[in-house]
Design a protein around this ligand. Structure first.
Ligand code: SAM
Length: 270
């Protein structure tokens, strides 16, 4: 991929995450709590460890990790979106959490020292990484030997309602400037496991079906699709909404539970 294309992809993604940050805090955070809990349970964090939360967003994983670290442990929370980091920063200030450092940066070029992390966690962020080979090299560089990696990624549209919802809406939007990124991009984790193995990280996938609920179609649309479809013409927005309603709510509007196959990639650096 050319540098120009990567740059266009990065600007496109950063714009979306910046625009969604407040909505993420009010509508998404509580619904993704089961994913965060599962990441933390698999991370096996002990006191005084150094933990990286990659793609921290509004800081939910970093907050939970920080609770396990005692006096001398620390979390470095990294995200490419400054507006997400601003929300996270307010969250930590409001809760008097002082052992989380926030840094703007990309998975492909981590602003972090080599061999310095006992744990690297990336909850629902790795599907959006544009250059996954570079990012995996960075994970292997920053982990300490024996360090543990936990990534959470969604399954495919056939068994993950949030992916089906977002992909159906996304069919109406312009093609992204970079291929192979989006909520379902790691539905098949096989190539990622190979990349990890090539970089000395032996990993396996554990799956759970996790749920959240929306009271009606409009609230689900606002939380899950309004930002990515906001630049569509009015008539395309109407078509996109109709398609998602027909696909996701075949029995009509009303409360709906989303059942999401969630894959946890758990690995250790040799
Ligand atoms: C779905 S949110 C997940 C946030 C949080 N980890 C959670 O579990 O709620 C994805 C986050 O990954 C960040 N992100 C996407 N690609 C990234 C990259 N290449 N490097 C760093 N952060 C990235 C986005 O800015 C966004 O905040």
């Amino acid at each position: 991929m050319t540098e120009d294309r990567q740059q266009a992809g990065l600007e496109w993604q950063t714009g979306i995450w910046n625009r969604i940050s407040k909505l993420y805090e009010s509508e998404i955070d509580r619904r993704f709590e089961p994913v965060v809990k599962n990441v933390i349970a698999r991370a096996e964090i002990a006191a005084n460890m150094r933990v990286m939360d990659l793609g921290t967003g509004t800081g939910a994983v970093a907050e939970e990790a920080a609770k396990h670290l005692g006096d001398r442990g620390q979390v470095l929370a990294i995200d490419l979106s400054q507006e997400m980091l601003d929300v996270a920063s307010k969250r930590f200030a409001a809760k008097n959490i002082s052992n989380v450092e926030l840094k703007q940066g990309r998975a492909e070029d981590l602003p972090a020292e080599s061999k310095s992390f006992d744990r690297i966690l990336a909850s629902l962020s790795f599907m959006y990484v544009i250059d996954r080979a570079a990012a995996v090299r960075e994970l292997a560089r920053c982990l300490r030997p024996g360090g543990r990696l936990v990534l959470a990624v969604w399954g495919g549209a056939e068994n993950c309602d949030i992916v089906k919802f977002q992909q159906t809406a996304g069919e109406f939007a312009e093609a992204p400037p970079v291929p192979g990124v989006g909520p379902g991009a790691l539905a098949n984790p096989g190539p990622l496991l190979e990349l990890l193995a090539d970089n000395g990280i032996a990993a396996e996938v554990e799956t759970e079906t996790l749920e959240f609920e929306f009271s009606d179609f409009d609230s689900a649309w606002t939380a899950l699709a309004s930002v990515t479809t906001s630049q569509l013409s009015e008539s395309l927005q109407v078509d996109a909404k109709a398609a998602v309603l027909a696909t996701m709510y075949p029995d009509g509007d009303g409360p709906r539970v989303f059942r999401n196959l969630t894959q946890f990639v758990v690995g250790t650096l040799k």
